[in-house]
Design a protein. Structure first.
Length: 96
């Protein structure tokens, strides 16, 4: 029997994926800059290829994270929105 999906778990997952997407994008950009710089200084060197490999790894992680984030957000679109607790319809009668 599969566990029920909790709405708060998916919200937590979306927040975490947003953070990871930012981290992976930053890392991919830094490794791209590193590969470009080292490629300019020492074209075809091992350091250039390692930097390019890390850039591809982080770009792949960024793509997978973006895909997961999109799927979670699309799945959450049909979930009810979280609002304040419903008001109770109790009526108090004041005795005179």
């Amino acid at each position: 029997m599969a566990p029920k999906k909790d709405h708060t778990t998916s919200l937590r997952a979306v927040r975490q994926l947003h953070r990871m997407r930012t981290f992976y994008a930053t890392a991919a950009l830094l490794w791209a800059a590193s590969a470009a710089w080292i490629g300019y200084e020492h074209p075809g060197s091992r350091q250039m290829w390692v930097s390019a490999l890390f850039m591809l790894v982080f770009a792949g992680l960024l793509a997978v994270t973006a895909l997961w984030l999109r799927r979670l957000q699309n799945a959450g679109a049909d979930a009810p929105a979280h609002h304040a607790a419903p008001r109770r319809a109790s009526v108090r009668h004041v005795s005179a």
